[in-house]
Design a protein around this ligand. Structure first.
Ligand SMILES: [Zn+2]
Ligand SMILES: [Zn+2]
Length: 382
């Protein structure tokens, strides 16, 4: 694919993309990608991260419009801009943002773009861009976008706010994971919880988001960071990224008791549930200390319910916090996180467990489901 000119933005292009049919099949197909409309940009994808939120779609834990081009984490180079976009140009390096705030709704105006009502009501639930239509189609007919991104593809068309400009000296493939895992995990620590220096922190689940929570807690100056997982290799990696202690949930009889024992039974100031299963959410609440906050970062299947004892929560002045996309303000947070990568404060390379061609999208999701992959990158040009 040659470097497109801005003038080419009114032409559609043929791309290869990983399409999920809504039933259980992922196929690599040729897809027509329409030109970016007003206020939209086209981005040539350098790398797409494989995240549990993609798996929730393919296992049908979440119901999204299908057929759909998967992927909501990625990085790339702007290849064309639609009318009205005057602050991005072809050649700019960007990280893709799966909550492309409209800038005008009540949540966006309040500085909470991760709660944008237009994203929630149209982009996320409708599988389209803002105008209620998609830029993706082929012989099947209309194909939907996933969270306004659809990065398992050679190129994407996204709203202007879905492409966050970043510095060009950052490693373009690696920073794909800043767009979901890092923004979500570090953001949960900083934006949602506001972890203070000296705090005690536990992180349940050491996948991409959980390890980003560990790194965020380290940068926040937490005094104890206790990582929990069932895979020994992930616990070893958690230690290298900042965990002071680990609990192997595959051998612990009682994870909450094991967690509490690490901090002399005092409980934790913050517990991050980076998995989002009912059992892990309940463990996060049960492991809290006086005044502690449980932060739900990993996203459970639709419709599930967890339980806790309200009296214990009230008496101990505890809180349960939800965290969507790390309560991020992507335009502010993503370039700053990339700066921290370049300053050696955030380690992305250790979190990336493999780079695979786009053709292996289904296999990469299978490996993620099996628990032995960390963050895998799909490289469309490979
Ligand atoms: Zn994700
Ligand atoms: Zn909005």
């Amino acid at each position: 694919m040659s470097t497109p000119e801005t003038e080419s933005s009114n032409e559609s292009t043929r791309i290869r993309a990983a399409v999920f049919d809504g039933n259980g099949t992922i196929t690599i197909e040729d897809v027509d990608l329409a030109a970016p409309g007003p206020g939209e940009v086209r981005v040539k994808v350098a790398a797409a991260g494989v995240c549990h939120s993609d798996l929730h779609v393919t296992t049908r834990a979440w119901d999204v419009p299908a057929p759909v081009v998967l992927g909501h984490e990625g990085s790339g180079v702007v290849s064309a801009v639609g009318s009205g976009v005057d602050d991005l140009e072809p050649g700019d390096h960007v990280v893709l943002n799966w909550v492309p705030g409209c800038g005008e709704c009540r949540a966006c105006q309040a500085g909470r773009p991760a709660q944008c009502s237009l994203v929630a009501s149209v982009v996320a639930t409708g599988g389209t861009l803002y105008d209620g239509t998609t830029r993706l189609s082929n012989e099947r007919g209309t194909i939907h976008h996933y969270l306004g991104v659809s990065s398992y593809a050679e190129e994407v068309v996204v709203p202007r706010s879905g492409a966050i400009k970043v510095r060009k000296d950052a490693p373009l493939e690696d920073i794909a994971i800043v767009g979901c895992a890092i923004a979500t995990g570090v953001g949960a620590v900083r934006n949602t919880a506001g972890v203070q220096p000296g705090s005690t922190v536990a992180v349940i689940g050491c996948g991409g988001v959980g390890l980003a929570c560990v790194q965020g807690a380290r940068l926040a100056g937490a005094s104890r960071i206790v990582a929990v997982d069932v895979v020994a290799e992930k616990l070893t990696l958690a230690r290298t990224l900042g965990a002071t202690d680990v609990v192997d949930a595959s051998t612990a009889d009682d994870v909450v008791a094991a967690l509490r024992a690490v901090v002399d039974d005092a409980g934790y100031d913050y517990v991050f549930d980076a998995i989002g299963k009912i059992v892990t959410t309940e463990q996060a609440i049960a492991a809290l200390g006086l005044g502690g906050a449980a932060v739900i970062v990993g996203l459970p299947p639709q419709g599930e319910r967890a339980s806790f004892e309200p009296l214990a929560l009230a008496e101990a002045d505890q809180r349960i916090l939800g965290s969507n996309y790390g309560s991020a303000v992507p335009e502010r947070d993503i370039p700053a996180l990339v700066d921290e990568v370049m300053a050696g404060k955030l380690d992305l390379a250790s979190m990336i467990s493999g780079r695979r061609p786009l053709d292996e999208a289904a296999a990469a999701l299978d490996d993620l489901a099996a628990g032995h992959a960390l963050r895998q990158l799909l490289i469309p040009s490979a």
